[in-house]
Write a protein that binds this ligand. Structure first.
Ligand code: ADP
Ligand code: MG
Length: 394
């Protein structure tokens, strides 16, 4: 069937034609997409829910003036399926995909809550850091040179070539927020800080390094957008959705997105005076880092590639992933403050509190990016979150 944009009736007909709904059942359908890009329909029939997600030929939050490839729906479905093969409990189930309508059927996760909402509300999420670390360690390892044969990996790199979505990240993450750009969205009180940041030559130098690695380092099949609005959570359950930015890139990008989003929530709660919750977020960051390192090390030890089995190399490799992660976490803090796409953790704060949270996000982001250029460990995050007063020699 040729591509056409779904309305509710078409979404129902699609699910019916693929055998997901009883033929004569009463079906209700609501479009629930709060994301920036696609249509998401929530269908209900005979007490059971189902999701139909379809790509639009343009960026939803901007409109038809910003065309965008429909192929992102294929990338999303194939990335989620690939990750589900190796990290099944943590990935939304893709039940079907139509390559002509660029539409997929997914399991309904409405019984869960988006992680961003939980973090904004100050809820402690049991098992959060361990689940995210396991998801990333398992999916990144399985689609890396440590686990794949050379030919197989190169075929996958080409299958997951995703130039248009990567271009969005290249621009919105690494380029626009570090200079004056019409796509930026800067809170007036924050502008002087932004202008100061743009003059920081060492910072721009480090961002260039991080962008260059994003552009030319196909280490593993990334999710590409694991911010806290792409994670559903509930008691004993964590499910990642929305993988249309999937491509082969540097592992530290996904690891850093998780850390960056925990720290964005930290900036919020620190400004609201919720010290206990800010401390919990800090512990989650540290646990996530440690758990990822442990799990990833164990997986690396199982590589069948005799050359890549070198322990010294593996330890340098993990260290580089962690350095990258700190840098990308820093970029996430800055781009969510100055760039096109803000997050509710900070943007929902009022006046002075928002200014204060943005100031923290920019300072923390800058320190993380600069730190990514040196030797680093997660102790650094603790030191950045608790800067000790400057001491002068007697
Ligand atoms: P976009 O690609 O446009 O960002 P998302 O995949 O983030 O779209 O989905 C937008 C919203 O739709 C999510 O924030 C969530 O509220 C809802 N949603 C998406 N997938 C599911 C699902 N499988 N189950 C329940 N709700 C979902
Ligand atoms: Mg989304």
């Amino acid at each position: 069937m040729p591509y056409q944009t779904f309305d509710s009736a078409a979404a129902i007909a699609f699910a019916q034609s693929r055998g997901f709904l009883p033929q004569h059942a009463e079906v209700s359908c609501t479009e629930i997409g709060d994301g920036n890009l696609n249509l998401v329909f929530h269908l209900r029939a005979e007490g059971r829910g189902l999701i139909v997600k379809q790509a639009l030929p343009y960026v939803r939050c901007v409109g038809e003036s910003w065309p965008l490839t429909l192929d992102r729906a294929r990338i999303e479905a194939e990335t989620l399926l690939a990750h589900a093969k190796v990290a099944e409990p943590f990935v939304v189930k893709v039940l079907d995909f139509d390559p002509e309508l660029y539409a997929m059927v997914q399991e309904d996760l409405s019984h869960l809550v988006l992680l961003r909402r939980r973090l904004i509300e100050g809820e402690r999420v049991d098992g959060l850091s361990a689940d995210l670390a396991d998801y990333l360690a398992q999916s990144l390892y399985a689609y890396s040179d440590f686990a794949l044969a050379g030919k197989e990996k190169k075929a996958l790199v080409s299958q997951f070539s995703n130039p248009e979505l990567c271009q969005i990240t290249e621009d919105l993450f690494f380029t626009d927020p570090f200079r004056e750009h019409e796509r930026n969205d800067i809170f007036p009180a924050t502008r002087p800080l932004a202008e100061e940041l743009w003059q920081d030559v060492m910072l721009l130098d480090a961002v260039a390094e991080l962008k260059a690695r994003f552009l030319s380092c196909p280490q593993a099949l990334l999710h590409g957008d694991v911010h806290s609005g792409s994670v559903f959570s509930g008691p004993g359950e964590l499910k990642v959705i929305d993988a249309e930015f999937g491509f082969f890139g540097p592992m530290g990008f996904d690891v850093g997105s998780v850390i960056g989003n925990l720290l964005l929530a930290w900036c919020r709660h620190k400004c609201l005076g919720n010290q206990d919750y800010a401390d919990w977020l800090e512990e989650e960051c540290i646990n996530f880092w440690q758990h990822f390192e442990d799990r990833f090390k164990t997986l690396l030890a199982g590589t069948e590639d005799l050359a890549l089995a070198s322990e010294g190399y593996q330890s340098r490799f993990i260290n580089q992933v962690q350095k990258d992660a700190l840098g990308y976490a820093g970029c996430e803090l800055i781009r969510r403050t100055l760039g096109l796409a803000h997050v509710a953790d900070i943007a929902s704060l009022e006046g002075g509190q928002r200014t204060e949270a943005e100031k923290r996000a920019l300072a923390l982001g800058r320190s993380l990016i600069l730190a990514s250029q040196g030797t680093c460990d997660i102790g650094l995050v603790r030191r950045l979150l608790h800067p000790s007063p400057v001491r002068f020699a007697a």
